[in-house]
Ligand binder design. Structure first.
Ligand SMILES: [Zn+2]
Length: 380
């Protein structure tokens, strides 16, 4: 493998501004690169301009199925003027490549691609299957991983490695789920001089917040994950009311719960629905639930065969840790067959979505080695 080419191909995909769109261009570029080395791949369209990619390498005999995964979309760059180097130039200064998506997570994606190429190029003998699954729209809604899971691309996986930025010194084996929802209070607007003619939706939401907070505080601390702690809920936005001299006819509360396997998204929803039913009535108004995003927590075991393979590949006993945010692993975890999970890739988590995002070029190259060796160590 040519190291310069590994760097320039990463620059090439950074220069495709796949801001919640245009993943097709990234996928097509990677398809061309894989084809140069005799690896066939398939593009799975999510919608025009947005395609997931799947490629497979088969070993010399049957064995386990290892999925390498990453997302090809990036978040918006904000005002380019605020960046030291333009966000889609992939400018290299010393050991750092700057640009939107360097850390989150095109360096991870390209390191997986190059590890696959190297296994093929070096004709490494392994058992089983290495499958590359690259997704669209992870940053907003995780559309790609949802689609690929529904289409069965991870049904048979024994292990999934997602190359989100962890850096080389830890491997993440579990993360919280995320439930985004709205509770809508529907009352009846009336002149504030005659409130008895209306139904106060604002008061209903206040009552809902108080009662749901009380119920969450009572229930959540009893079912705790040893590494991640308890599930929790944060009320984030209130919108409602029309004007200062009217009783509010409708108020919407938005909230985001962050969950652990021990207290699931469904159990949170059950509490919400219970409180809603308790407070809704002809005289107090009606509460409705609107679930916007329902991503379960992901967990794979902190000492799984995949985590051990990664430790073997790094030659170090790196710690297995947990992550507060959600990844595509939430959707992959919906399949019936349990799988090992590792979230492990080049980059610095705190630089994700930040100004002047960068990745260390040497760390990116190091991860190509680590991914190659991890696949070899796992697929035995
Ligand atoms: Zn990411």
């Amino acid at each position: 493998m040519n190291q310069n080419k590994a760097v320039t191909t990463l620059q090439d995909i950074i220069r495709i501004p796949s801001v919640n769109d245009r993943e097709h261009d990234v996928a097509q570029y990677i398809q061309g690169l894989l084809a140069e080395y005799g690896i066939n791949s398939e593009l799975v369209e999510y919608q025009p301009g947005r395609s997931n990619l799947v490629a497979e390498l088969k070993g010399t005999e049957d064995g386990k199925i290892l999925v390498f995964s990453g997302h090809m979309d990036v978040v918006a760059a904000g005002d380019p003027v605020d960046w030291t180097y333009p966000p889609f130039d992939a400018h290299i200064e010393d050991d750092r490549m700057y640009g939107r998506g360097t850390t989150d997570m095109k360096a991870g994606v390209m390191a997986l691609v190059w590890a696959m190429i190297r296994l093929k190029e070096d004709a490494v003998a392994f058992k089983g299957t290495l499958r590359l699954v690259l997704t669209v729209g992870e940053e907003i809604g995780m559309y790609g991983s949802k689609q690929m899971t529904e289409l069965g691309y991870v049904d048979d996986a024994d292990a999934i490695l997602i190359a989100e930025p962890s850096g080389p010194d830890q491997v993440i084996y579990a993360h919280r789920g995320s439930l985004q929802y709205q509770v809508i209070a529907k009352g009846k607007a009336a002149h504030s001089s005659t409130p008895e003619n209306g139904i106060d939706a604002l008061q209903l939401i206040v009552d809902y917040i108080q009662e749901s907070n009380r119920r969450f505080a009572e229930a959540l601390p009893h079912k705790v994950n040893p590494d991640m702690g308890a599930s929790f809920n944060v009320n984030t936005v209130i919108q409602g009311g029309d004007q200062i001299n009217s009783v509010a006819g409708q108020v919407t509360l938005s909230a985001n719960a962050r969950t652990v396997p021990e207290f699931s998204n469904d159990e949170i929803i059950a509490i919400i629905e219970d409180v809603m039913a308790e407070l809704s009535s002809e005289t107090t108004g009606q509460l409705e639930l609107n679930v916007l995003q329902n991503n379960p927590p992901a967990a794979g075991g902190h000492d799984s065969a995949l985590v051990q393979a990664i430790r073997q590949a790094t030659g170090r006993d790196i710690p297995a840790t947990v992550l507060a945010g959600a990844t595509d692993a939430s959707n992959f975890g919906r399949v019936e067959k349990p799988h090992d999970l590792a979230i492990f890739g080049p980059g610095v988590f705190n630089l994700a979505h930040a100004l002047d995002e960068y990745v260390s070029v040497s760390e990116y190259l190091e991860f190509i080695d680590i991914f190659t060796e991890s696949a070899k160590a796992y697929l035995v």
